[in-house]
Design a protein around this ligand. Structure first.
Ligand code: ZN
Length: 481
């Protein structure tokens, strides 16, 4: 049965925003979208549901997160509130007007724009205002904390990952995110939850195998890809909400042959591949000299050995030399990138996922996403995990970039949190824009100004409604039972 929704604005993403718009849906998929004056006469017998003075955008796609770490921030899922520091109250006028996002922006000190400090921009570009983190954590110290956290109470880790994934799913749906690229180190705990969840997920099983652990590589790849169904056209299971991918973790935890093996497996199975790459400037030093902060990290672990291969030229050239850039690999972060590396990325098929608030929290160099986009590189946005970001609010990442780089057109930012994410996850034939044939995954925002895209980027709105295949998603806590 067909149904028509009308809205003051619909942003299909693949084309300019439409005013006084209509979208026609059948069996959970979009069959038509356009101005009401054109669409309604074509479906005269179809019931019409007016959504009112709203903006409809595609369900957002968070291309890089770790749902199993969603219990690491001060996010109270029962209230959908973060916990800002004491004394940090929302703007009362905004609050009274009902326009304040209950997930307070200023839940971490680095989010406060009063703390902004200028950092040099690339030549010829407007200055990027970096919201300085007054006390950025040393990246490797943070990694050590994450390792210690995983090692603590190992008998409870699976249950913790499962519960955190449920909380993470609830956050995503509340924020209008309907698809994620999720990294999991505990697929046996998280995939059963994701299978029953309404959220669409590419579940990337994470692999680490360096030094004395290299012999565990194949075993870990098998675990990471468990439940995998290859994407053959005749395979109906591949059309489910859950797809499996593979994630060699990072160049400081997977050796070169390990990366090559992961790529071969991804090709063989026809599944997506992702890795953390060029996140931190110290990766290049570690690869070439096996010194620096990452070696310090290894010195605190028992698995280092002398057979770990070296590589000169940094992580992006490493990825290029291994063929990762000739594959649609999802490269999380890419905070550190020189001009030649930009050329390498532009010549390849890999996507980049910029995680703006995480990048700012660690005070990484200004991200070159604008130059990447200008060169045709697919750049999506991601939240990374709640261990480095206040929450999983992907639109808040776009708002953050809007403040850092107000010259970037709002539609570009919208594209980065929808269609570009879907392209990165190789799901764009079904998701990421409001076009005929795609799933009716929608986020609906009440709008009060004549400029809806700017309004959702400048006011901390939450969506009033979120639909997946044109339906209200079920509660992840109950669907996970
Ligand atoms: Zn990550």
């Amino acid at each position: 049965m067909k149904t028509t929704l009308t809205a003051k604005w619909i942003a299909p993403v693949s084309r300019p925003i439409i005013e006084d718009a209509a979208i026609v849906i059948e069996a959970g998929r979009i069959i038509d979208v356009g101005p009401q004056a054109d669409v309604l006469p074509r479906y005269a017998a179809t019931p019409v549901t007016p959504l009112g003075h709203v903006l409809v955008i595609p369900g957002m796609v968070n291309a890089h997160t770790h749902l199993e770490l969603s219990d690491t921030a001060g996010y109270d899922d029962s209230t959908n509130h973060s916990h800002p520091p004491a004394g940090d109250s929302p703007d009362p006028s905004e609050h009274a007007a009902g326009r304040q996002n209950p997930v307070a922006w200023a839940s971490r000190p680095w989010c406060r724009y009063s703390d902004t400090s200028s950092v040099p921009a690339k030549m010829g570009e407007p200055t990027i205002e970096c919201p300085g983190n007054p006390s950025p954590p040393a990246f490797v110290d943070w990694l050590k904390q994450m390792i210690a956290r995983s090692a603590a109470q190992p008998d409870q880790l699976a249950a913790r990952c499962s519960a955190a994934t449920i909380h993470g799913i609830a956050q995503c749906l509340r924020f209008g995110v309907t698809c994620v690229g999720d990294i999991t180190s505990r697929p046996a705990a998280t995939r059963p939850v994701l299978t029953r969840s309404p959220l669409r997920t590419v579940s990337f099983g994470e692999v680490r195998a360096m030094g004395a652990n290299r012999s565990l590589l194949d075993e870990r790849i098998a675990l990471a890809t468990s439940g995998c169904v290859s994407r053959r056209p005749d395979n109906t299971a591949a059309r489910s909400n859950l797809r499996i991918g593979l994630s060699p973790h990072a160049p400081y935890s997977v050796e070169l042959p390990g990366y090559a093996r992961c790529l071969a497996v991804a090709r063989e199975l026809g599944i997506p591949l992702t890795t953390h790459l060029a996140e931190n400037p110290a990766e290049a030093e570690f690869l070439e000299h096996q010194t620096g902060p990452f070696r310090d990290l290894w010195n605190s672990l028992p698995w280092w050995d002398q057979r770990i291969p070296r590589f000169t030229g940094g992580p992006i050239r490493l990825a290029h030399s291994l063929g990762l850039l000739d594959f649609p690999t999802v490269l999380a972060h890419v905070n550190c990138c020189d001009d030649t590396e930009l050329d390498l990325l532009a010549a390849g098929r890999a996507s980049v996922v910029y995680c703006p608030r995480t990048s700012a929290w660690f005070c990484h160099p200004p991200h070159r996403f604008r130059e990447m986009l200008a060169r045709g590189i697919n750049v999506a946005l991601g939240t990374d995990s709640c261990a480095s970001s206040p929450d999983l609010n992907l639109l808040e990442e776009a708002r953050f970039v809007h403040r850092l780089a107000p010259d970037v057109p709002p539609n570009t930012l919208l594209e980065m949190i929808t269609l570009n994410g879907a392209k990165a996850l190789q799901w764009d034939t079904d998701l990421g824009s409001l076009d005929p044939g795609k799933h009716a995954d929608l986020a609906v925002f009440t709008i009060t100004t004549p400029d809806p895209l700017r309004e959702i980027l400048e006011v901390s709105l939450l969506p009033d409604r979120v639909l997946i295949s044109a339906r209200e998603p079920s509660d992840p806590a109950t669907s996970a039972q």
